[in-house]
Design a protein around this ligand. Structure first.
Ligand SMILES: *Cc1c(COP(=O)(O)O)cnc(C)c1O
Length: 365
C-alpha cells in the first residue's frame, strides 16, 4: 500500500469561487490566472472547473501549449510577455496575447515576421517597480507599438503592490489614469485582492480582471478577512492518515530537537505528511490540523515524512484516522490553507504552489 497521503482538487469549489469573483465585478471579463501550474493544482485538473472564465493568464509558454491542447480556443495572455524573439513564433501559432513591458520586447516585435498581427497588453509600471514602462515612457511605447504592422490591438495594463493592505491602490490608480488618459484600448488592473476589496470602482475592474489566489480558495487579505468573509471555498485538500499513536507522560518530548515538552499526559498521533510533501517545516506547535474533522494542533517539529498532532480533542481517533492538513475533511469541516500558511510565516500561494511531486493528486468527481 502506498503512503496514505493524497491531495484532492475540488472542481465544484473552483466553479463557486470563479462565480463569486464574477459577482464582485459583473461587467468585467475575467482571466483565470493559471500560472505556476494553476497555483500547484495542475492546469489539466482545474481546466473543467474554470472553463467559464473568459481567458487564461499565465507566463510559461509550455503551460500555454497545455491550455491549447485542452481545446481552449479563447484568449490566453502571457503575463510577462516573451523572453526571446523566437517565442513570438509560438505566440503567432497559438494565438497568444502577450504583455509588452520593456523596449526590448517592442524591438523583438518589430523584427518579427508574421501574417497575423498580435494583440498586446502594454504594461505600465505604476509603482510596483517590477515590470512595466515608467509613466514617462508609457505613451512613447504606445506610439511605437501602434506604428508596427505586427501589432493590431493594444490593451493597457498595470499591477498593484498593495491591493490587499492598508496602503491601498489609489496612488497607482491615479498614476495609471494619468499616463493612459485618452489612449484607446481595453484596460486590466485588478488581481484577487483588488477585485474583492476595490472591485466596486469601475476604474479598478475596468475591462479585464486577473484573479489568481482567490480562485484557489484563499482570502487574499488574510488575516484581515478570511475565506468565510469572502465566501470562498477550498479548491485543494491535502489529507493523510494517522499511522502511529504515542501516549506521552509529563516531561516527555516529541520529535527532533525535543521542541515540544508535554506538561501533562497527552495522546498524540503521527500523521504521514512532512516537509517532503510540501507541508511547511516552519509550522510549529499550535498549527491547526483536522483529525476526523475535529480541529486540533500540531505538536513538535515537522519532519520530512511525518508530523505529530495532539489527539486530546478527538479521543476516538487512532491509526487510520483522517488528518486534513488544509482543505476540507470528508465530513465537511474546513481548514483554510491561509491559517496553516500564517502559522508557517508564509502565504497560501507558497503552500499551494509547493505541493510536492511525490503527493498523488486526484480530482473530485
Ligand atoms: C499572479 C498575477 C496575478 C494574480 O494575482 P493574485 O494575487 O493571485 O490574484 C494578476 N496579475 C499578474 C500580473 C500576476 O502576475
Amino acid at each position: 500500500m502506498p503512503r496514505p497521503i493524497l491531495a484532492t482538487i475540488h472542481p465544484q469549489a473552483l466553479r463557486h469561487n470563479l462565480d463569486r469573483l464574477r459577482r464582485a465585478v459583473p461587467d468585467a471579463k475575467l482571466w483565470a490566472v493559471v500560472k505556476a501550474n494553476a497555483y500547484g493544482h495542475g492546469i489539466e485538473r482545474v481546466f473543467e472547473g474554470l472553463r467559464a472564465a473568459d481567458g487564461f493568464a499565465l507566463l510559461d509558454l509550455q503551460e500555454a501549449e497545455r491550455v491549447r491542447a485542452l481545446g481552449w480556443r479563447g484568449p490566453i495572455l502571457l503575463l510577462e510577455g516573451v523572453f526571446e524573439a523566437r517565442d513570438l513564433e509560438l505566440c503567432s501559432r497559438l494565438q497568444l496575447w502577450h504583455v509588452v513591458h520593456c523596449e526590448e520586447q517592442i524591438d523583438m516585435l518589430a523584427a518579427h515576421k508574421t501574417q497575423q498581427p498580435h494583440r498586446v497588453f502594454l504594461k505600465m509600471n505604476s509603482g510596483m517597480n517590477r515590470l512595466g514602462f515608467p509613466s514617462a515612457h508609457f505613451r512613447t511605447a504606445y506610439a511605437r507599438l501602434q506604428a508596427l504592422p505586427q501589432v493590431d490591438e493594444i490593451s493597457l495594463m498595470t499591477h498593484f503592490s498593495d491591493s490587499d493592505a492598508a496602503r491601498g491602490i489609489a496612488h497607482q490608480l491615479s498614476a495609471f489614469a494619468e499616463a493612459s488618459r485618452d489612449l484607446p484600448g481595453e484596460r486590466s488592473l485588478a488581481n484577487s485582492a483588488a477585485v474583492l476589496r476595490h472591485g466596486r470602482d469601475p476604474a479598478v475592474r475596468a475591462d479585464w480582471v486577473r484573479p489568481g489566489i482567490a480562485v484557489y480558495g484563499s482570502a487574499p487579505d488574510f488575516p484581515e478577512h478570511d475565506t468565510a468573509h469572502w465566501q470562498l471555498q477550498p479548491t485543494m485538500t491535502l489529507a493523510s492518515r494517522i499511522i502511529g499513536v504515542q501516549q506521552l507522560q509529563p516531561a516527555d518530548t516529541v520529535g527532533y530537537g525535543s521542541s515540544f515538552v508535554a506538561d501533562a499526559p497527552l495522546r498524540i498521533g503521527v500523521v504521514a505528511c512532512g516537509y517532503a510533501d510540501g507541508y511547511p517545516r516552519h509550522c510549529t506547535t499550535g498549527t491547526p490540523v483536522l483529525v476526523d474533522g475535529v480541529r486540533t494542533r500540531l505538536v513538535g517539529r515537522v519532519s520530512m515524512d511525518m508530523v505529530t498532532v495532539d489527539l486530546s480533542p478527538v479521543p476516538a481517533a487512532g491509526i487510520g484516522s483522517e488528518a486534513v492538513l488544509w482543505g476540507r475533511s470528508s465530513c465537511g469541516a474546513v481548514l483554510p490553507v491561509d491559517e496553516v500558511a500564517r502559522a508557517g510565516g508564509t502565504v497560501a500561494y507558497e503552500l499551494l504552489c509547493a505541493l510536492a511531486p511525490r503527493v498523488p493528486v486526484v480530482v473530485e468527481a
